[in-house]
Design a protein around this ligand. Sequence first.
Ligand code: MLT
Length: 254
Amino acid sequence: MEKTLVNNVMLAHERVGSGKPLMLIHGFPLDHTLWNETASLLKNDFDLILPDLRGFGESPAVDSAYTMTDMADDLAGLLNHLGVEKIALAGHSMGGYVALAFAGKYPQRVSGLGLVASQTLADTSERKDGRYKTAKQVAENGVGVVADAMTAKFSANEKTQGEIRSLILRQSKSGVMGALKAMAEREDLTLLFAAFDFPVALIHGDVDELIPVDRARELKAARSFAQLIELAGVGHAPMMDAAEKTAEALKLLK
Ligand code: MLT
């Protein structure tokens, strides 16, 4: 993977395909390989940029605290380095939070937004406390704690579970802890979402146990121009459990 120093962070990314630029942003606690199948299905339609967010995959962790906006700034710096001014962004779950932060700060650079199994809401205080507790457990016992708690919630499919589990176990403790804290402190971006004027695709499995499909339905109700693609029987990993439908839906951002 190519590595670039941006925003004082070393950021790794893959770039594949040709066409209109589209960045695929992975969720928590994963890395860009989550999108492998999506990338092979979309490489004839898009110039795909697949970063590893700071602290994940081949992008090293940062010890100081950071926010979703810092992660969005990393991506803006990467795009500056690549000479890409305007781009469509598709974020999975936490990647959607980063994409929303990017769109809030750099709306003129966004040509479209895909939220895949994501939401605009901030954490409830209970969820926030849970994040800090989990971060403490990760510090003490490693990322296996998160793999044990989350894997089955991504998908009922055993093959997907195996892939997600090994992806989680490859991540670093400090990257996982940093992202947990950044997610806990993120803002509610629902009002910002309602003001977007570029194409929006909401792609959501209807049996998602981590972020219920109601979050996407509420966004559709708030902004009827957004396209909602509900995937029947799919959980929190649409790009694995419904790869073709997910890729097809992302073509709405062309
Ligand atoms: C993710 O898949 O990125 C996380 O489940 C998001 C979250 O915990 O809010």
